[in-house]
Design a binder for this molecule. Structure first.
Ligand code: ADP
Ligand code: ADP
Length: 229
């Protein structure tokens, strides 16, 4: 589903590359944790997968598409295949929960009647059926992240990228969000989750990719947050 071949990324004026010669394959339906200290390149890697940025060298292939070669006008098609959630939720503050989710379908041109039926379903799925008409600032952080996951998942993307999705949440809420992402994975979605949450990684025991100073320094099945000796 995702193939990285010798991917390097230099930012303009960067003193060193943000990613150096990263190669990895992530199969359809896998769940992968992406770990590494701040500045190790996790967000950069996710941005390349979303085509928010391009690699300086090497190739990034998502669902058979060389993402650097996708014309700008076709990038929205990639965003149907690859959903994403962020640490800071990124909801539209002046729109209701339902409107935030509907927006993701509107931007990809789904017909109104589809939006009207699918939005309540996905809100039910994330446990927010009762809160469809609330505004983001009326919700807890965990609820806001549920909305963000609903918005990312409503178009049934093949891949869900999560950049530090529990970074602003307390431990109990983090576990709830982890379970929701696990449910998204069990529904058949390939999930890549960048995280600093060692206890979640250790509890889940999934594949772990670790970056250090932009290099892939570990690719371990059933891994923990910290490499075991
Ligand atoms: P992480 O997500 O693991 O914290 P990042 O991908 O954000 O790491 O950063 C990797 C490296 O790239 C860091 O050295 C960071 O300072 C640098 N970097 C990230 N974004 C930019 C940018 N837009 N311009 C210049 N340097 C950047
Ligand atoms: P961008 O400027 O990143 O292209 P837009 O202006 O289209 O984003 O969207 C505004 C907000 O809605 C952003 O925070 C973006 O993350 C979010 N968003 C847009 N489309 C989607 C989508 N299909 N799924 C999830 N979130 C989306």
């Amino acid at each position: 589903m995702i193939v990285l071949s010798s991917v390097s990324k230099w930012y303009p004026n960067g003193a060193r590359p943000a990613l150096i010669d990263v190669s990895a394959e992530i199969g359809a339906g896998e769940f992968v944790f992406l770990v590494g200290p701040s500045g190790s390149g996790k967000s950069t890697l996710l941005r390349l997968l979303l085509r928010e940025d391009r690699a300086t060298s090497g190739q990034v292939v998502v669902a058979g598409r060389d993402v650097a070669r996708i014309p700008d006008r076709r990038v929205p098609q990639l965003r149907r295949i690859v959903g994403c959630v962020f640490q800071d939720f990124r909801l539209l503050p002046n729109r209701t929960v339902a409107a935030n989710v509907a927006f993701a379908l509107d931007v990809v041109g789904r017909p109104r009647h589809v939006v009207r039926s699918v939005v309540p379903e996905v809100l039910e799925l994330v446990g927010l059926g009762e809160k469809a008409d609330r505004y983001p600032d009326e919700l807890s952080g965990g609820e806001q992240q549920r909305v963000a996951i609903a918005r990312a998942f409503v178009g049934r993307p093949r891949v869900l990228l999560a950049d530090e999705p529990t970074g602003n949440l307390d431990p109990a809420t983090s576990i709830e969000i982890m379970s929701l992402l696990d449910a998204v994975h069990r529904a058949g979605t390939t999930v890549v989750m960048a995280t600093h949450n060692a206890s979640l990684v250790d509890a889940m025991r999934r594949r772990v990719l670790e970056l250090g100073d932009g290099a892939l320094i570990r690719d371990e099945a059933d891994g923990r947050y910290d490499q075991t000796a």
